[in-house]
Design a protein. Structure first.
Length: 152
């Protein structure tokens, strides 16, 4: 059942996830959205990740999704599957601001419904683990929009 709520939004009630995905359609591209104002979010010019043989490298960060391994300066990072997926998306070209909507789509495979608490919790845990490895790899908050990754 889909019902429009007097200009407040749309309410969708369905019995299972497959039904919801059939209504919404296939997920959009997992590329990050670019902001229209470049002054709001400075993106480092040297932050171009290299992708070789399925691996993504950004500075001293290397992500091997097939081997389920993330290394920082050659040392493996103990990340959960969710944290690896989140970090992989943030490090994927073009490196820039990832909106909440794009992160939900690409990491969780579902639509963003306005509640960011699960995303904020995942980013908080990821930040803690990155800080323990080295303080130069950071996930920055772009207030009200999303997150971006910087290395160095």
């Amino acid at each position: 059942m889909v019902r429009r709520l007097n200009g407040l939004g749309t309410l969708v009630i369905c019995t299972d996830l497959a039904e919801l995905q059939a209504m919404i359609g296939p997920p959009a591209s997992s590329r990050p959205a670019r902001l229209s104002t470049s002054a709001a979010v400075p993106t480092p010019a040297a932050a171009a990740p290299a992708v070789t043989a399925g691996r993504t490298s950004l500075g001293d960060l290397t992500i091997d999704p097939l081997g389920h391994l993330v290394t920082w300066r050659g040392q493996p990072l103990a990340l959960t599957r969710l944290e690896r997926r989140l970090l992989t998306q943030l490090a994927t070209a073009p490196v820039g601001v990832w909106t909440y909507e794009r992160l939900f789509e690409s990491v969780w495979g579902c639509a963003y419904l306005g509640d960011t608490s699960i995303l904020h919790s995942a980013v908080k845990r990821l930040r803690r683990k990155l800080r323990a490895a080295d303080d130069t790899l950071r996930v920055h908050t772009v207030r009200g929009i999303g997150y971006r990754l910087s290395a160095g």
